[in-house]
Design a protein around this ligand. Structure first.
Ligand SMILES: C[S@@+](CC[C@H](N)C(=O)[O-])C[C@H]1O[C@@H](n2cnc3c(N)ncnc32)[C@H](O)[C@@H]1O
Length: 252
């Protein structure tokens, strides 16, 4: 049978019906793995039955903030929510560089509010600046322009945060002199990744975490280069994760 764009819908429906007749989820998972290997062998399925895929509270947070059917950052948001546990007993504020519509800022505020921490949120809200020579050709100036309203709305029930609208690093100094326990850097490009690290790394508490959202993406070579170059002369090691994220824990 030849599959084409005209009959794809029917083929998918036939697969859905076939999957529904399977005995259990484990069998459906094996079917999905076969289909995936046939269509895109480069993608490697992980083990069946991971508990984060059954975490209803987390799944409902995710569905409440993301477009329907967009599961692309479920794993990264889960990793971020768990990585915050590493700083539970450390002093310091939370910082995010690259906020977009506030999805990950919400994770920060949920933890910070009860713990008496402040959350400092930096974004142009006009999207990316002009990419530089290290950034490849995937991104364009203005990608992710969303204005600050979606973030203000999603965080309306929290009093622990402050939004700094402007170009990184222009407003960093307004965050004050408190130590920082956790920094989330998600700006896709070399220069703002470098500027964020240059400012906040010295302000991190020992044991504090920097989580990079875009270190391991082919679309973000500049973000990876900024992290690699910055830590080349530092004692900390970069932990590259299979989600595309990377993290660094401040030593001293
Ligand atoms: C991928 S989005 C952030 C997504 C967000 N952390 C989340 O997970 O929902 C990247 C953001 O970085 C911001 N950004 C990138 N470079 C910037 C710069 N130089 N100054 C200010 N904001 C910047 C963009 O405006 C955009 O909102």
């Amino acid at each position: 049978m030849k599959i084409n764009s005209n009959n794809l819908h029917q083929v998918l429906q036939a697969i859905r019906d076939y999957a529904a007749d399977k005995e259990n989820d484990a069998e459906r998972y094996v079917l999905a793995e076969h289909l995936s290997m046939a269509a895109y062998p480069k993608f490697k399925f992980s083990e069946f039955g991971r508990i984060f895929l059954e975490d209803e509270e987390f799944l409902s947070y995710y569905q409440s903030i993301m477009d329907p059917e967009n599961w692309h950052s479920l794993d990264r948001k889960y990793v971020m929510s768990q990585t915050l546990n590493l700083v539970t007993n450390l002093p310091g504020d939370f910082v995010e560089c690259g906020v977009y519509k506030g999805a990950t800022a919400l994770l920060l505020c949920r933890v910070a509010q009860g713990a008496g921490r402040s959350v400092h949120l930096f974004d142009s809200f006009e999207g990316l600046p002009e990419p530089g020579s290290n950034d490849g050709d995937y991104w364009k100036a203005g990608s992710f322009a969303a204005g600050s309203k979606p973030t203000e709305e999603i965080l309306a029930s929290f009093s622990c945060h402050r939004i700094y609208k402007g170009w990184i690093p222009d407003r960093f100094a307004e965050a004050g002199d408190e130590p920082v326990a956790f920094v989330h850097i998600d700006v896709d490009l070399f220069q703002p990744t470098w500027d964020s690290l240059e400012y906040f790394y010295p302000r991190l508490s020992p044991g504090g975490i920097v989580l990079f959202d875009d270190y391991g993406f082919l679309s973000c070579p500049g973000a990876k280069k900024a992290v690699d170059d910055f830590f080349a002369d530092k004692p900390e090691q970069i932990v590259s994760l299979s989600t595309g994220q990377a993290l660094v824990q401040k030593l001293f």
